[in-house]
Design a protein around this ligand. Structure first.
Ligand SMILES: [Zn+2]
Ligand SMILES: [Zn+2]
Length: 141
């Protein structure tokens, strides 16, 4: 994640401690946080941090191609992914967690589908995650 900070410096982006805190938080997170999640976490260290600052920093990072905004909804809110590369996601209907799916889905690929040229493919899978399944299982026993 420090690489991002280096790249931002090279691009001439002003790095306030708040912005660095947001970048660092995103780098550590694997849970695809929403704006609220990020705001809540950063506010512990920077009580004056506003939602507007979080929004503007995320917008900037998105424009720079450092993060991506997912259109999959986490509790009805858009969430952010520190991995800017195209990959698939899984939403657990039980706990609302969004997981990265490191599968090369053979059905969803670049190419031609019904006469349309597919240039990008990002799948959203829905179901119950392994942790929730384990809980379900132990509740039955
Ligand atoms: Zn789950
Ligand atoms: Zn992801």
């Amino acid at each position: 994640m420090m690489e991002i900070i280096e790249r931002l410096k090279v691009k001439g982006i002003t790095l306030t401690p708040q912005r660095i805190a947001i970048v660092e938080f995103l780098g550590k997170s694997v849970a695809h946080p929403t704006v609220e999640d990020i705001h809540k976490a950063i506010k512990r260290k920077y009580p004056t941090m506003s939602m507007a600052t979080v929004y503007s920093t995320l917008r900037l990072l998105k424009e720079l191609g450092e993060i991506q905004e997912l259109s999959i909804m986490k509790r009805g809110k858009a969430c952010f992914d520190p991995n800017p590369k195209l990959h698939h996601h899984f939403l657990c209907r039980k706990c609302g967690k969004i997981l990265d799916m490191d599968v090369d889905c053979p059905i969803i690929k670049k190419g031609w589908v019904s006469g349309c040229r597919v240039e990008e493919a990002q799948a959203y899978l829905y179901g119950v995650c392994s942790e929730c399944l384990k809980k379900e299982q132990s509740a039955k026993e």
